[in-house]
Design a protein around this ligand. Structure first.
Ligand code: HPA
Length: 250
């Protein structure tokens, strides 16, 4: 039985180390997920994979159908979700490209995205607790897996989710820094909130691919980001190789 889903972000549209056994197109009341769900084995343990931006990386962050993705994952019966997110680094200790972060908090700056399953069609107004947006059990597994893979990881941090697709202004980043955000990305929300609404245990591996706007003398370069994505995602793959068997054994 597959117990864990991996949502791949920029730089991770395919999981090279996943031995694919089948693909399934899952329909949802919210429309199409970003891609067919890919099932397979990673280091001998069952896992499934969904590329958030589509198989060809064509869906921008603000147009991802987050509800369909999370609903489809829930449908398969998995209970744990590892999200992979490329981010910019805001706090000094988080700026170095290649830094891996397992965030423990999130601030939502996105707008206009379909962010809930609990709309007016519900019989009763429903609120979910989101004090601790990420699943600590899964976070701890990821931190342990990083240790086993001999990867340095920041085991805490606050993820600021922005709307994109443009990068932020320097002033926006300064505001986010004052708010307490350590890293900035465009896909953390509403994904984490939707996972909580469906009672999925959800955690993120965030990979720093650039210093956030205004945090270095240079402007943000897509070429640099692409280079950093490649090395960062290689680290993510080795972290996952340790994490998936740990999760399957829980
Ligand atoms: N800002 C927002 N999202 C990002 C960044 C950034 O600097 N880098 C990678 N994703």
């Amino acid at each position: 039985m597959t117990t864990v889903a991996i949502i791949g972000g920029s730089g991770l549209t395919k999981l090279k180390n996943l031995h694919i056994t089948r693909r399934e197109v899952i329909r949802t009341p919210y429309g199409e997920p970003s891609a067919p769900m890919v099932f397979g084995q990673l280091c001998g343990s069952e896992a499934m994979f969904l590329p958030r931006h589509g198989p060809g990386h064509t869906i921008p962050p603000h147009e991802v159908n987050y509800r369909a993705n999370i609903w489809a994952i829930k449908q398969t019966g998995v209970t744990r979700v590892i999200a992979v997110n490329a981010v910019g680094g805001i706090s000094p200790d988080f700026q170095e490209p290649g830094t891996l972060v397992i965030p423990d908090q999130i601030i939502d700056y996105t707008y206009g995205r379909d962010h809930t399953f609990f709309g007016a069609d519900q019989k009763q107004v429903t609120h979910v607790d989101f004090t601790y947006p990420y699943c600590d059990e899964l976070r701890n597994v990821l931190i342990e897996a990083a240790k086993r893979a001999k990867l340095r990881v920041r085991g805490e941090g606050t993820y600021g989710a922005t709307q994109g697709p443009r990068f932020e202004s320097a002033a926006e980043i300064l505001r986010m820094e004052r708010d307490g955000a350590d890293i900035v990305g465009m896909t953390g929300m509403p994904e984490a909130g939707l996972a909580r609404e469906l009672e999925l245990c959800y955690a993120s591996i965030s990979v720093v691919v650039n210093p956030a706007a205004g945090m270095s003398k240079e402007t943000i370069s897509l070429r640099e980001i692409e280079k950093n994505l490649e090395t960062g995602m290689a680290k993510v793959r080795s972290l996952l190789e340790q994490a998936i068997p740990l999760i399957a054994g829980v």
